[in-house]
Design a protein around this ligand. Sequence first.
Ligand code: CUA
Length: 158
Amino acid sequence: MSRVNQYEKLWMWGAAVLILLFVGAIVFAATSQAVHPPSHVETIDPTTAAKSGEFANPGVTTTGDGARVVMLLKMYGFAPNEVRIPRGRPVTFRITSPDVIHGFQIVGTNANMTISPGYISQFTMTFPTAGEYLMVCNEYCGLGHHLMQGKLIVEEAG
Ligand code: CUA
């Protein structure tokens, strides 16, 4: 057996081990840490998103037993910039962007989504603790990226 052949085998096994490690890391994150791609796929025309439909008037709507938050993330701000939602009730966030890719994160929770133009990102979550939370853009989106933030206020449900 030549030396070249031996090296080739070594590389082959090395690559196989790496592939197993990467696939293992994905399975681990998906099963034990609930990291997964969004299950909600809904498209929207980014050129008209801010002008018509629900995103023309973003804000909070209280529904029967929870709330619905419609938000627009754009360079460089959150609309609305302050959001009030009830504690202990399911709140559905629906967010899109009319310009570039932004990130939506509620600091101190596991709420974290990529907001892409052309898509409506959505998730539902219940906040067990009342208080003030910081919402930030966690995807670099331009010179004003660091200015993109908002306030989320979780209130005792009336
Ligand atoms: Cu928007 Cu960073």
